[in-house]
Design a protein around this ligand. Structure first.
Ligand code: SAH
Length: 243
């Protein structure tokens, strides 16, 4: 029997947004490597027949190092097991799924990618913010806020981001929000641009914080905004309504 690895997206939270294919490979898994991002509802429904391995929190705060996770995936698959690497949202959007696929290719391990609904679109969507809109946003840019824009050379072009029309969706940006906001306004983005931060989207304790770009870092600090959260900047945020 030949082992195989499934790189699976769990969707943004809740069983309702897990795909049929994800459910199928999860139910057939011998080993499931997971972190906390898929959320309680999905994690509580993992089959007890599988060996469940907690890889840590999420967003770079792993109890297992990335290399350890990759080594475990490879080892279990080599031993003939069906291995699910379960990730929040979509496995190839900031989930290191691409890197894991490269390892599996290099090691000659058969694999399948199971796409998931990404939080980058679904979380704003579920609070009434469409990331594009024919009248005000013909483009959407999804970026990581993980790197501190004030330190060293950035992989992101902040000048371009500040001037780009449409919508910015920032993942992993809570910690660096003050630096991100000042970078954007410093490069000429309007300080009045509306911003929404959605914490723990699609979870029972979801919370939305809004404010203008020039004040959002202070508002977020006062409200003790914590990850995981999606930050949306642009005119589409005006469509948000308090429930
Ligand atoms: N692959 C995932 C993203 C992984 S990066 C996806 O496609 O959704 C982790 C970041 O995703 C978090 O820091 C946060 O910015 C965002 N995120 C994921 N799920 C979220 C949720 N339910 N609510 C708010 N933010 C979420």
């Amino acid at each position: 029997m030949k082992g195989r690895v499934y790189l699976v997206g769990s969707g943004p939270g809740g069983l309702g947004l897990l795909t049929f294919r994800a459910r199928e490979v999860i139910d057939g898994a011998d080993v499931i490597l997971y972190d906390q991002l898929p959320g309680e509802e999905v994690l509580a429904a993992l089959p007890p027949t599988a060996e469940l391995i907690d890889c840590g929190k999420y967003g770079g705060m792993h109890t297992l190092e990335q290399e350890d996770i990759e080594a475990l995936m490879v080892r279990h698959a080599r031993e003939g097991r069906s291995v699910v690497r379960l990730k929040g949202g979509d496995p190839f959007l900031f989930g290191r799924g691409g890197e894991e696929m490269e390892v599996l290719r290099a090691e000659g391990i058969p694999y399948e990618v199971v796409p998931g609904i990404t939080s980058a679109i679904a979380v704003p969507e579920c609070v009434g913010i469409p990331v594009t809109h024919r009248e005000v946003a013909s483009q959407v840019t999804i970026l990581t806020g993980h790197e501190d824009p004030t330190k060293g050379r950035s992989a992101l072009d902040w000048e371009w981001l500040a001037r780009s029309p449409g919508t910015l969706v920032i993942l992993m940006g809570v910690k660096n929000l003050p630096a991100i906001a000042s970078r954007l306004t410093g490069h000429g983005m309007d300080a009045a641009s509306p911003v929404a931060i959605i914490e723990r989207g699609l979870r029972p304790d979801q919370r939305v914080t809004t404010g203008p770009l020039g004040e959002i870092a202070e508002i977020a600090r006062e409200r003790k905004v914590r990850p995981p959260a999606i930050i949306v900047i642009g005119p589409v945020v005006e469509l948000y309504r308090e429930p």
